[in-house]
Design a protein around this ligand. Sequence first.
Ligand code: NAD
Length: 330
Amino acid sequence: MRQFTRAGAGGTMLAADNIVRTGEDQHKEPGDMATAQRIDGKAKAAQMSAEISLQTEALRKEHGLQPGLAVVIIGEDPASQVYVRNKKRTAEACGFYSEQHTLAEDAAEEDVLKLINDLNTDDAIHGILVQLPLPDHLDEQKITQAVVPNKDVDGFHFVNIGKLTSGNTSDAFVPCTPAGCMLMIKDHLGTDLSGLNAVVIGRSNIVGKPMASLLLQANATVTVTHSRTKDLAAVVREGDIVVAAVGRANMVKGDWIKPGAVVIDVGINRVEVTVDGETKSRLTGDVDYAEACESAAAVTPVPGGVGPMTIVMLMANTLRAARFAAGLEA
Ligand code: NAD
């Protein structure tokens, strides 16, 4: 496995990027790295899911407790239906109790809020997820803030956001997508990112901003870029770590990537491709994967990278919520 470690850990220091390489990269110069490691989020998520199942079984045997996840979906958005189905399936595979509440596209706000209030006080439910985006007539902030912080397994409540940004994560729920990205980054670079430059592309509340907080907490030097950033390519080129969360297919080109960088592609974009004269639709990320592999040390694929990790982090948060509810250490 390609790995960067800090100075003093036995690798060779590359003066230009202040990174130490070990293992198979030790004798390579940055420009020599023609093929990056594919970061297999799907395999990691499957492994984590198996561990969560074991812990769930132990919780049931030792404390008679089954984690419960409620998923609320409003409307008919096809992508949301797929995400919700996958979340429910994974929850059941982990041994959780799970329930899905499907409301009509034109559901009244007061009915959504009443459902959330009922779930807030339901002892069988430890985690509540409201699938976004919501239909336009619903106030997203009002609805996400209605979930009590100790069941907010998506980490969108202001209490959880405040704990994350102030560095008090011991009893906070961190948003699932950046939490999953962070695990993959730490697998490659270790838990202390001191001296590394991290560039986050996108400043949304669910990905970009919490991602920046997590990277900062791990001592990276963090730059958050967005649609108003000047000369984005030049800024991205400074990144030892690049996290792209934009929603624009293949926007990040290979020559934007610093040699040896770790690249995490959060984007999910549906594009049309022609195969044997037939038009098909397929998913692609925000990063041009083939090009990025020419200079990066490691890149997440789309699909099979961040997506499965997001779902498993939801399970990890729900298990944690159940343990908190039972007064057990998380
Ligand atoms: P968003 O639309 O809320 O935010 C997009 C961000 O990109 C904004 O901050 C905007 O300033 C920035 N941006 C837009 N155009 C830009 C440009 N030309 N240059 C630089 N920055 C630009 O999106 P989001 O909810 O953060 O999601 C981003 C992407 O990640 C989407 O493709 C979404 O589907 C995907 N996503 C994937 C997962 C997962 O589990 N894999 C989870 C959440 C989101």
